[in-house]
Design a protein around this ligand. Structure first.
Ligand SMILES: [Zn+2]
Ligand SMILES: [Zn+2]
Length: 252
């Protein structure tokens, strides 16, 4: 029986040079799914992945650079390594148009040379996308740009990934009872309208009955200044995790 695995490639916000942009490589239902692909992600991805055909899916939560602008380099290196297998990209409307635009800006003419097909799936909140054994369900969060939170279900385990943004009532419903939530917690308290927070995530965990919560995308000065408070919080809440890059969580 395949267990779900979450391998963190980065856990930081856009400008965090120490922890990189938030991204994880998930193994679920016998497939590999990359959650978001920001500036720093390709180098970290290829640090652990030597097989050009290993990745089946890429999920893009939204089009901010720290979640999306790593895509050209990821595709360039797959091409350089001789990838032939179809690569499927999943995200909101206009994912194909945005991807082709960013590819053309980064490496003009490169898209025509790609040695493997790209297939795009645009998802609609409220409608389940089923690919192989995997179910993708989404809902908008409150962010400065349209962002979708994702619930990934492999039939055994359910993983919620927020992308960016403060959770809504619909997020509580979608993430209800999930085995693990990966949630952005940019600030300590809800002080920025379009971002999540550490205390907001704890409330979400309680309201939604989330079994384990990983705090990600913490603003880098908050991570530094609140170190003691974070250590205390982790002691008080054993089901709350503060992963760093290359940490792996297994959901058995
Ligand atoms: Zn964002
Ligand atoms: Zn971000």
């Amino acid at each position: 029986m395949n267990c779900m695995e979450v391998h963190f490639l980065g856990v930081g916000e856009a400008c965090d040079s120490r922890h990189g942009n938030t991204s994880a490589l998930v193994t679920a239902g016998g497939c590999k799914i990359l959650l978001d692909c920001g500036f720093s992600v390709p180098h970290r991805f290829f640090g652990i992945c030597k097989d050009p055909d290993c990745l089946e899916y890429i999920w893009i939560s939204h089009f901010h650079g720290d979640h999306f602008f790593g895509l050209p380099l990821l595709l360039l290196r797959f091409w350089e390594m001789g990838r032939t297998r179809r690569l499927q990209l999943i995200g909101q409307e206009r994912l194909q148009e945005k991807t082709m635009t960013v590819l053309e800006l980064a490496y003009p003419g490169f898209a025509k040379k790609l040695s493997f097909p790209l297939q795009f799936h645009s998802v609609q909140p409220g409608i389940t996308l089923e690919l192989e054994q995997l179910k993708f369900q989404t809902t908008p969060t409150t962010h400065s740009q349209a962002n979708l939170g994702l619930l990934l279900d492999d039939g055994r385990k359910r993983l919620y990934y927020s992308g960016d943004g403060r959770p809504t009532a619909e997020v509580i419903r979608l993430a209800h009872g999930c085995d693990l939530a990966l949630h952005e917690a940019f600030t300590w308290e809800d002080s920025i309208p379009n971002h999540g927070s550490v205390t907001g995530c704890l409330q979400l965990m309680e309201k939604a009955g989330i079994k384990q919560l990983a705090l990600l995308h913490i603003e880098r000065k908050t991570r530094q200044n609140r170190q003691k408070a974070l250590v205390k919080l982790l002691k008080e809440h054993p089901d709350v995790l503060l992963p760093v890059e290359n940490d792996i969580i297994h959901l058995d």
